[in-house]
Design a protein around this ligand. Sequence first.
Ligand code: GLN
Length: 536
Amino acid sequence: MSNSTKYIFVTGGVTSSLGKGIISASLAKLLQARGYSTTIQKLDPYINIDPGTLNPYEHGECFVTDDGAETDLDLGHYERFLNVPTSQANNVTTGRIYQSVINKERRGEFLGKTVQVIPHITDEIKERIQILGNKGDYDIVITEIGGTVGDIESLPYVEAVRQMMWEFENDCIVIHLTLVPYLAAAGELKTKPTQHSVKQLLELGVQPDILCCRTEHELDLNLRRKIAKFCNVSMNAVIESRDADSIYDVPILMQAEELDKVVLEKLNLPTKSVPDLNNWVEFLRKLKSPTSTVTVGLVGKYVELKDSYKSISEAFIHAGVANETKVNIKWIHSEKITKENVDAMLEGLDGILVAPGFGSRGISGKIETVRHARQNKIPFFGICLGMQCAVIEFARNVIGWSEAHTTEIVEDCKYPVISMMSEQKEIVNMGGTMRLGAYKCHLTAGSKVAQAYNTEKISERHRHRFEFNNEYLSTFEEHGMKATGRNPETGLVEVVEIEDHPWFVGAQYHPEYKSTVANPHPLFVAFIKAVLENKK
Ligand code: GLN
């Protein structure tokens, strides 16, 4: 069988956290830079329908696509590297696969047959992989299989890969990412875990074509020869993947190892041109030679696990580069901030960001943080719950409504300045029911945000249930907090600003999801610019 789209499967062995997402994104970047349109998909072997209901402590940030899918944070890396939006089809979980097979069963689509893991679940997996290929938009689809080979949960995925390798033999390859650990006592790198991990794949009927070996030290020729010989791959298909200073170095390291060339060779595709990575290299140059440094406080309740704010911290890297500035993030736990200690806790910060979030834990610390930033005229950026806290703080301390709150925390508060939209009130299910995905927004001419974007019509991604309560808008505006971004259809307030302040912006949407290496987000860029000016 032949197929016009080529498929690359990325599996992982030995341990988790080897960085399959970054390797996949880096390879995709190199292929894209050679002129191949490439997309990346992540298959997650857990039973949740999507990560939307997961606590960030479990899996880090939930990334949101334009079409409103709540997805794995690796999709954020894919977008940041490729500068191409992903969609619902780019992230599939075991829960979704089973849900769809079970729904088909209920509709009688299996015509009385016994529904089984093989072929029904594996067929559904193969279909989900090919949805992206069949769209006709991509020359190459990279499918990253979450989890580690050998896990019970990933068996159906590996079986689906085995079948596809057989059905589209000239159009599929498997890259297996493994660990080559360094044993300090022996003073040696050890290849045995890699050999065992490849054996495990072989037992499942899959021979990897390429091995990416994560290692802290150089893989010399002898080691490469050994791995090649015992794992049945060619010498040039043993790729060294050394620890890097920045994830953005990885495409360059992979290029030096010729990963993209080996991949194209194995897929029988012409190498075309040398990858055009000029802009990428320029980005790295600026990243590594900043002309100034600023410190921004990131106030949130999940700061122990920095992956919870992955897109925000990456957006700061992009915005730092755009300003040729190193942005140090000081991670501050909102739960630890009180009225008494806020000044000391936030001392020395050049700018402050209050992070998104849910629920009451840490919210009073966030509100105190806003007050500190507002009164001390420190550049302030509030995102989603951070914006809502800015509205609550303003209502309490400027307008004088001490009982102002969000109905998320106090349902029957006297001044519900943030409240639930009426459509949301009827909803009982938790999963996938927030206001999700891209919505249009119109900005006020001359506002800080309109200046930052350099346009008045934007579209940004949302993930929330609560909104600015428009009943109170005129009072806010009279007191100096302006709604400078509104949804053109519903009138919902998407951005608030305070005029008498160097830079005070709250966004109901999540700008961080759209920041990429090629397109650093204008609000983050403007915020860092304001932070720099304020520091001077
Ligand atoms: N909890 C708030 C809401 O649902 C904010 C959500 C967020 O910060 N993403 O409206």
